[in-house]
Every structure is written in structure tokens, then in C-alpha cells.
Unconditional design. Structure first.
Length: 227
């Protein structure tokens, strides 16, 4: 039987993995077309060549092959067609006075965390390591400003998290699935040394979710590269 969905995006893409995590967690079957951003295949899905795109093959029994772009739009669709297990919080859960605090966290990760973690630290470190021309000390000097920003960003996130467990307490939410791909990448480089005990206990908790193992192939966690 053909899967009802197709994800366009390399597993190396953190936003693609966020969507894959959500679909795996909710038991939604899909095929995946692994492509980096800004390729011909990426542009076939997204008008700007970004990742991911979710292709919805049928609606109400009719073949449509609808392309849904942008992670926030995709997750809203996922939650509507598969409301359980729930990836939202309710007011008061995990110390959040209103449920919108989870979406605030998600926005911080998506719009500020991605450039801070990936472009500020992970990609420069991985690129320099792969090239093999600079010493560790030289790489650290090159990315020290990025690491300083990263340290501040992680402290902000920690201030918004529940004191233990997942980001908002006893069960995973979209907050965890947006943050995990970024910090799983960070864990693979020496700069993971700045992670606090709370961040470390959080990522180890998320590691236990079956969807994490199901989406690990093709990521930096197993030494993969996007090309």
C-alpha cells in the first residue's frame, strides 16, 4: 500500500526531522524524498527551495497530491488529522501559565535557535573539521562569538523549561521536537561542553522516544552530511 504522505527533505535538515518526529510519534506513514535545500527537487515542492514539503496524496478519498509547505503549517495539519498523542500543553502544564508559552518556545527555537546553533556554531565547526586545515584552537577562536550567543540562547531556553523531564514536563510536545534536532547536532561537536545539566538530562529524556531512533539515519548524529 502506498504511504498517504511524502516528505520532501533530507533527514539532515533539522526542520525536516522535526516534522518526521511528529509523524513518527503519531503513527502517520510516509515516504521520504531525501534532498538538500535549493535543489531542483526541493524547488518542485517549495517555491523558494526550502525544506520540508509535505505532499498529501489524498483528501476524502480523492487524489490531490497537495503540497503543504512551511513547518508551522505542516504541524497544524498533522495535529488536525492525528490529534493523539497530543503534542500541545494545557495551561498550567510544565509550569506554563498559558498554553501559548509552548508556541513561544517553538518560535524562539525556529527563528532564533536555528541560526544561533546551526549557522553560528555547528556548521562552521563541522565544515572546519571536514576540511582539516585548522587546529581546534583556531576553530574555537573563529566561532567564539557564536558560542557566546549560543550560551545565552541555551540559558534562555532553560529558563522557560520545566525543571525536569521534557521541555514542558511529563510528556513530549512540539517544543521538544523542534529543539531536539538542533541539539542532537550540537551534541556531535566539542561545543556541546557548554550544555548545562538540565539540557543534558532533557536530551537524554528525548532520546528515549521511539521516533528519535526512527529518524536518526541520515543525520549528523550518525556522521551523515547533507549531500
Amino acid at each position: 500500500m502506498t504511504a498517504p504522505y511524502t516528505i520532501i527533505g533530507t533527514p539532515f535538515s533539522t526542520f525536516t526531522r522535526t516534522i518526521s518526529l511528529g509523524m513518527q510519534h503519531k503513527g502517520l506513514k510516509y515516504n521520504q524524498i531525501a534532498t538538500p535545500p535549493l535543489t531542483e527537487k526541493a524547488f518542485e515542492g517549495h517555491p523558494f527551495g526550502y525544506l520540508p514539503t509535505l505532499i498529501i496524496h489524498e483528501i476524502d478519498g480523492k487524489r490531490v497530491d497537495l503540497k503543504l509547505r512551511e513547518s508551522h503549517a505542516i504541524l497544524r495539519y498533522i495535529d488536525r488529522v492525528a490529534p493523539e498523542p497530543k503534542l500541545h500543553i494545557t495551561s498550567g502544564e510544565g509550569g506554563a501559565l498559558v498554553e501559548e508559552k509552548m508556541w513561544e518556545f517553538v518560535s524562539f527555537v525556529a527563528f532564533f535557535g536555528f541560526p544561533t546553533v546551526e549557522y553560528g556554531v555547528v556548521k562552521p565547526r563541522v565544515g572546519a573539521t571536514d576540511e582539516g586545515k585548522l587546529s581546534d584552537a583556531e576553530v574555537r577562536e573563529q566561532i567564539k562569538e557564536g558560542v557566546a550567543k549560543l550560551r545565552s540562547f541555551l540559558a534562555l531556553l532553560e529558563s522557560l523549561m520545566a525543571p525536569e523531564g521534557f521541555a514542558f514536563g511529563a510528556r513530549p510536545t512540539w517544543a521538544d521536537f523542534f529543539l531536539y534536532p538542533l541539539l542532537a547536532d550540537l551534541r556531535m561537536i566539542p561545543e556541546w561542553e557548554i550544555a548545562s545539566p538540565r539540557i543534558i538530562s532533557w536530551i537524554e529524556k528525548v532520546d528515549e522516544i521511539p521516533a528519535v531512533e526512527a529518524t536518526r539515519a541520515g543525520t549528523l548524529s550518525v556522521g551523515a552530511r547533507p549531500w
